[in-house]
Write a protein of this length. Structure first.
Length: 218
């Protein structure tokens, strides 16, 4: 049997992932997240539960993926597309804000589900770790400087991922007795401006980005 070329294999895997996350969101909207099983999602996507487990570790991951899919890659691409003269700290901040706030109707529908369930919120927050690998590559390319630049890029990208998570936690888990009561019941009402919270969380990283650029600038 001839092995499919890597390009075709990757396209098939991507198509399966998309089918699973779309099925997960559709079933969650129709039935409610708590009434959706992994087996239901797999059947709706036309794959086996075993295949499902190759892509997602839980139903929450699949549901959340419908709103977060490829976001980390889009953030990195947006940074790479910024002109070289744009300050790196500004390029990253604007890319993050743009990708986390410019959402369509489908994404808004998924977000409404996410804020009603603790497990979905946790899965949503966990996706911020995915920012690090593609952003590391983009920062490293911009900084250059061999291994030293690559190490700095990884540290900076990891810091961005942590800052985004902190901003989202503040947005989805408000402090105070009212927020705690809502969280206990499963429903959290997002508070404040998400763009403002993202910018506030990323601002302390700006000096580190500026220093890294100065060290590698000819």
């Amino acid at each position: 049997m001839t092995t499919p070329p890597p390009g075709l294999r990757e396209r098939k895997k991507q198509a399966t992932r998309e089918a699973l996350r779309e099925a997960a969101l559709r079933l969650a909207v129709e039935r409610g997240p708590d009434q959706v099983r992994v087996e239901d999602i797999a059947e709706a996507a036309g794959v086996s539960p075993r295949t499902y487990n190759n892509y997602f570790a839980s139903r929450e991951q699949a549901i959340v993926a419908a709103v977060t899919a490829d976001r980390e890659a889009r953030i990195a691409a947006a940074v790479a597309d910024r002109p070289a003269e744009v300050r790196l700290a500004d390029a990253i901040t604007e890319a993050v804000v743009e990708q986390y706030t410019n959402t369509g109707e489908r994404e808004q529908e998924a977000l409404l589900l996410i804020i009603t369930r603790t497990a979905l919120r946790d899965a949503f927050l966990d996706t911020t770790a995915g920012i690090e690998p593609p952003l590391t590559a983009v920062i490293a390319e911009r900084l250059g400087d061999g291994d030293a630049g690559a190490h700095t890029a990884r540290v900076l990208a990891a810091s961005v991922a942590a800052a985004v998570r902190i901003a989202l936690e503040g947005w989805l888990r408000p402090d105070g007795s009212a927020g705690a009561a809502n969280a206990a019941g499963g429903l959290v009402v997002p508070t404040g401006s998400l763009p403002d919270q993202l910018r506030a969380a990323l601002t302390p990283l700006a000096p580190a980005f500026d220093a890294a650029e100065r060290r590698t600038r000819p």
